[in-house]
Design a protein around this ligand. Sequence first.
Ligand SMILES: [Zn+2]
Length: 370
Amino acid sequence: MPDSTPDSTPASTPPLTPPLDLAADIVTLTAAICDIASVSGDEATLADAVEAALRTGTALQVERHGNVVVARTDLGRAERVLLAGHLDTVPLTDPPNLPTRLDGDQLWGRGTVDMKGGVAVQLRLAATVAQPRRDVTYVFYDNEEVESSKNGLGHLARSHPHLLAADFAVLLEPTNAQVEGGCKGTLRVEVEVPGKAAHSGRPWAGDNAVHKTGALLTKLAEHQARVVDVDGLTYHEGLSAVGIRGGTAGNVIPDRCVLTVNYRFAPDRSEQEALAFVRDFFAGYPVTVTDSAPGARPGLDRQAARDFIRDLDVPVTAKEGWTDVARFAQFGVPAVNFGPGDPMLAHKEDERVPITQLRDAEAALLRWLG
Ligand SMILES: [Zn+2]
């Protein structure tokens, strides 16, 4: 709202962005961060506020790249850990679900779950843990809720990869303050089944590609997907037909049928190994990749991760979906998801977080870093 003036602006939304007070308690800080609206593509004001608060309120080395803010300790510790969170949210509702409001033990409003509670926890740790047991890199990035090509973490990985170097990373996406380790990779392919066109009145003159695809569908339906243990967590793979198309007219034997298949693979396999498996599964048919992203190992065999699990003392499960933790995998950095908020409420109009989860998440990470 660049043209606001003090006279025309309601008292609850001051014209200038107030500085973020990192000494405030976690609930107040979460509310303040949420109240600086930052829908994807519009994160500059919040990135400014985060950068300013880190520069004035901490002794960290602060860098700004676009709307990505990185703050680091450089204490010469034996290990470095990285805490990351995105600054953007999905659009507000109509009427807007901001400013935030505190109702009983819940903080309501856009971003309270996904994921400004996690961002507030990062900022509290940055401000209060001056001498962490491990060196820490805090990353705040933009454009997570939109297409992958805009993702600030992806941009940073390409432009300043050294800033993502770490022994272990925590992404503070909402997990109900439980640990969800690593993530599965995803591969999408199109499998082409060739045939021969003919008039459907004389089907013996052709070769029906749709009929032939039936054998592949049966093979898929009967396939027993792998259940894989990686670093102590159990991942359930999936190999599924997610689309099919074929046929040109109601009186023509189809000369081609294309099956779209999605393979969700455990993080013990690379993208290349996942593709090799799929090509072997559909041997004899052309396979074209349309989308591919690696998984991420949870890295629970690392000391930093073991201490993390011990100090947090919360349930640990495998992340079955795909998240930005996979962006760390390409640098060999194992990563887990841990943050306040119920992921089922992310992006919902009644987005809200129990304030106990905000406090518990802050306290848990403080036990680990402090
Ligand atoms: Zn998120």
